[in-house]
Design a protein around this ligand. Sequence first.
Ligand SMILES: Cc1cc2nc3c(=O)[nH]c(=O)nc-3n(C[C@H](O)[C@H](O)[C@H](O)COP(=O)(O)OP(=O)(O)OC[C@H]3O[C@@H](n4cnc5c(N)ncnc54)[C@H](O)[C@@H]3O)c2cc1C
Length: 398
Amino acid sequence: MANERTLIKTRVGIVGGGPAGLMLSHLLSHSGIENLVVEMRDHETIRNTHRAGILEAQAVKMLTDSGINGRVLTHGDEHSGIDLRFNGESHPLDFTDLVDATVTLYAQNEVFVDLAAARERDGGDVRYGAEVTAVFDMETDTPKFHFTDAQGQAFEVHCDILVGADGSRSFCRRAIPEDKRENYTVKYPFAWFGILAEAPKSSAELIYANSPHGFALISQRSESVQRMYFQCDPNEDTSSWDDDRIWAELQRRVDGPDGFELKRGRIFDKSVLPFRSFVREPLSHGRLYLVGDAGHTVPPTGAKGLNLAFADVKVLFEAIDSYYSTRGIALLEGYSDTALKRVWKAQNFSYWMTTMLHTPPNADPFQLKRAIGELETVVNSRYGQQYLAESYTGWPHS
Ligand SMILES: Cc1cc2nc3c(=O)[nH]c(=O)nc-3n(C[C@H](O)[C@H](O)[C@H](O)COP(=O)(O)OP(=O)(O)OC[C@H]3O[C@@H](n4cnc5c(N)ncnc54)[C@H](O)[C@@H]3O)c2cc1C
C-alpha cells in the first residue's frame, strides 16, 4: 500500500489550513523553514464560511507585522468598546479609557483570504481539497501522515515536526493514545442562532444583551451587512424561523424604556451554532503539536477562538524557529505548558461571559436576579469594567 503513495519529505507538516495552519506556515516560510499545509476543504468553501469577527490588537499586529498585508487596517473596523445591556438599559464600556486598547472587527473569511493570498504570493505549498487520513510515528524523530489530494493521488509525508491545526474535530488529536491525554469539557444547554442581514448598523458598538428571554449579540459586518445572534435551543430548526419571527425575537431581547430599535433588513444566512468549552492536555505528544481549535475550543461569547489560535501559533513558531537555529528543544518541550496558561485564562473569561449573559432554560427567579447583580457589579465598578476590558482586548502575548 505504502508503495502506491508518493513520498514527500518536509520539515514541518501542517494538518489544516484554517487561520492557525496558514499563519504558522507563513511565519515558518519567512524564517526559511520548509513546510507543507494539507487542507481538506476547497478554497471557495473556506472563504464562504462565516465564523469569527473580533480580532485582538495582537492578532492584528501578527497580520500586519509579519508581512501578510495591511488590509485589516484599511478594511477592518476598529472598536474601542462594547455595550453591556440588561434590564433594557445600555452600559457602554470604553476600552480605550479603561485599558488603553481596542479590538478590530474583521471577518474570519477576510483573514483567510489574506493568509491564503500571502501563501500563494510567497510560493507556499498548500494543498486544498486534500484530506489527511492517517497520522503515525509521532513518538519518533520522523512523524508521518497520509493524505489523498483533490485528484485522488495518495501521498505519504515524512517530517521533523507534525502540527495538528485541524480544528475542533481534530483528527490529529484523536490519534494521540488515550492514556496520554486528558480532556476537560463543559457543555451548555443553549446554542446561538446566527443571522447575516442586509441592513444598516443598529449601533456603533457591539451590544451584548442579557434579557429574561435569553442572550442576544448585536454585531456588525459592514455599513450594509449586519451579524446578529440570539440564544436558542441547541436543536433549534432554522427553517421554522422566517425573517419576521427572527426580528421580533431579537427585538424583544433588547427592548427597553429607551425605545432602542433594531434596524431590520433581508436575512440571507441563518444557522444554529452549538458550542462548548473544551481543553485537551497536553497540547503535544512526541513530535505532534496541537494548535488552535484542535487543542481547545471556547464558547464564542468572549470572542477568543481565533485569537487563541494565533497566540498558540506564535508560541509554537518561536519554539520551532529556535529548534532549527540552535537545535535546542527546550521551547518545543515547553510549548504545551506555555500555551495552556493563556488557554485557561481565555477559558475562564469565555465561561464567565457566557454564564453571566445567557439565561439557562427554566432559570429560577434567584438565578435571573443573581445574574443582574453580577452585571451591576461589573458596570458600577471601574475595576470590574477594567477586568472585562483587559480580558476582551487580550493579554500580551508571551
Ligand atoms: C459562530 C462563531 C463565531 C466565532 N466568533 C469568534 C470571534 O468573534 N473571535 C474569535 O477569536 N473566534 C471566534 N470563533 C472561533 C474561531 O472561528 C475559531 O476558533 C478558529 O476558526 C480556529 O482556527 P483554527 O485554524 O484552529 O481551526 P479551523 O478554522 O477550524 O481550521 C481547521 C481546518 O482544518 C481542516 N481539517 C480538519 N480535518 C482535516 C483533515 N483530516 N485533513 C485536512 N484538513 C483538515 C478543516 O477543514 C479546517 O479548515 C467563532 C466561531 C464560531 C463558530
